[in-house]
Design a binder for this molecule. Structure first.
Ligand SMILES: Nc1ncnc2c1ncn2[C@@H]1O[C@H](COP(=O)(O)OP(=O)(O)OP(=O)(O)O)[C@@H](O)[C@H]1O
Length: 483
């Protein structure tokens, strides 16, 4: 198999890889590095934990060493924590170059960031919202001459999820040169391929790992059917068992809301588990601190929302527990991909309630693998059931007393002010957006109803005896398009 040197990388980079313990290139690196070095745009789709980051960092560093200037490369990524992780890879691999990088993410001081940008770092790693804010408000830096634009977790950056990046992305794309190399990476590129292809038009090279299953082989994937009301007792039981059976262990638990995340964290701590939370209503400094403590095993359990589901590389994680079944198979793929990385073993257990069975089927269809049932001693769970429910209720009351919702609002307002935005104006903008969305939804519903009526009337006609006269019927209600 070809080594890093055979891919066309310089000896200093090969040496950096060796020092980092990267002996052989992974398949995505084998596939993409030569094409990127040739100057082609690249779309790389490979499983979680397969080394996609180095697949773009290494060739960019090589090109930078041949013609060093700032700002040479812009990397966009959906989450702040991921931006720091990518910056670290650039820093470590690019050490001999004296690489200057700059991280531009929300929740951090804007003035300090503007100063850093004005110093022309070689590589800027940013979340789209904050970078777009800088572009709108500052003229002390330019990304007009970048050679590389990277979209890591590219499909997430393009989709309209709960954080919608599209407007900010447009602002950024308007500010980068047309002549550039564009590199797009993710474990789930294929759904958004058409939009992505519009971004990468320079002899695009598409690399996709060919495999019958979309999750990694070393991952043992299980489901546990639990009644909604006793879910937490099962969770506590699972963790207790895992703690009893393993010496060195780390677990990530994914939940669907910030509030549940906070409550579960409080609850697990009450049971004496070393747990820490990570969600978007926490202050950025707290988020970084929580992650750092989890990474260094001070805390063994990280309870997180999907803010942690993509990209985070924490080799010690042995188990991922989905406290809720993810609504989208794609989210499942990224969540469970936080374990079994870089060839290691891992386990994923998804708690499935009576209401979620269809979601499991959708996941299985997408990943092309059946989840196996995880068995537990029901009697053991029953023993702790009341206690867990009481503790959970106590935590809920405590959180309500601490005005979690209100605090969340205050934090949001503070954050907006720090970002130089007017919270009231933002609220108005959001309300208007919600109105438009609601109008669109109503319009869609009306169209659907009209179509249904049409269908029903056709069926009526078909059911009538031949020669019978149709009764007078009103036409489907006229529908009006959204303004
Ligand atoms: N050639 C290699 N040999 C061994 N380990 C590697 C190699 N390349 C990367 N790694 C390691 O593999 C781990 C996962 O890499 P990386 O975070 O880039 O995965 P990824 O494909 O981006 O995953 P995700 O889709 O979850 O973001 C990292 O710890 C990285 O150091």
């Amino acid at each position: 198999m070809a080594g890093f040197a055979e891919l066309g990388l310089s000896s200093w980079l090969v040496e950096q890889c060796r020092q980092l313990g990267l002996k052989q290139p992974t398949p995505v690196q084998l596939g993409c590095i030569p094409a990127i070095l040739e100057g082609r745009d690249c779309l790389g789709c490979a499983k979680t934990g397969s080394g996609k980051t180095a697949a773009f960092v290494l060739p960019i560093l090589q090109k930078l060493s041949e013609d060093p200037y700032g700002i040479f490369c812009l990397v966009l990524t959906p989450t702040r924590e991921l931006a720091y992780q990518i910056a670290e890879q650039f820093r470590v691999l690019g050490k001999p170059l004296g690489l200057k990088d700059c991280i531009i993410v929300g929740g951090m001081d804007m003035v300090a960031q503007a100063l850093e940008l004005s110093r022309k770092p070689h590589v800027v790693i940013a979340t789209p919202g904050r970078l777009a804010d800088h572009l709108r408000s500052s003229s002390t830096f330019s990304i007009k001459k970048i050679r590389f634009l990277v979209l890591d977790e590219a499909d997430r950056l393009l989709e309209q999820g709960c954080t919608d990046f599209t407007v900010d992305l447009e602002a950024i794309l308007a500010a980068v040169p047309a002549r550039r190399q564009t590199l797009l990476f993710s474990a789930t590129l294929t759904d958004t391929l058409r939009e992505l292809q519009g971004l990468a038009t320079n002899q695009p090279f598409f690399w996709e790992a060919q495999a019958p299953v979309r999750t990694v082989e070393q991952l043992d994937q299980r489901y546990l059917l639990v009644p909604e009301k006793v879910k937490d007792a099962y969770l506590v039981h699972l963790i207790q068992n895992f703690q009893d059976e393993h010496q060195d262990w780390s677990i990530i638990i994914f939940t669907n809301t910030c509030k549940t995340c906070q409550i579960l964290c409080m609850m697990l701590r009450k049971f004496g588990f070393p747990a820490v939370a990570l969600h978007s209503t926490m202050r950025q400094k707290e988020r970084f601190a929580a992650l750092a403590k989890f990474k260094s095993s001070i805390y063994r359990i990280l309870i997180a929302t999907d803010v942690a589901s993509r990209g985070l590389d924490i080799p010690t994680v042995q188990v991922v527990i989905n406290h809720n079944t993810p609504g989208l198979p794609k989210i499942y793929i990224h969540r469970v991909g936080r374990t079994a990385r870089a060839g290691r073993q891992g386990q994923a257990i998804t708690l499935v309630t009576q209401y979620d069975i269809h979601l499991v089927h959708a996941i299985e269809e997408q990943i092309k693998k059946k989840l196996e049932e995880f068995s537990v001693q029901e009697a053991d769970v029953l023993q702790i059931l009341t206690q867990v429910n009481v503790v959970r209720r106590e935590c809920e009351i405590k959180l309500e007393a601490a005005n979690f919702g209100e605090k969340k609002e205050i934090n949001k307002r503070k954050q907006l002010i720090l970002e130089g935005k007017d919270p009231d104006l933002e609220a108005k903008r959001k309300a208007e957006l919600a109105k438009i969305k609601q109008k669109n939804r109503r319009f869609k519903e009306k169209v659907e109803q009209a179509l249904q009526r049409q269908k029903a009337s056709r069926a009526d006609h078909r059911g009538r005896p031949p020669g019978a006269r149709p009764e007078a019927r009103s036409a489907p209600a006229p529908t009006q398009g959204p303004a």
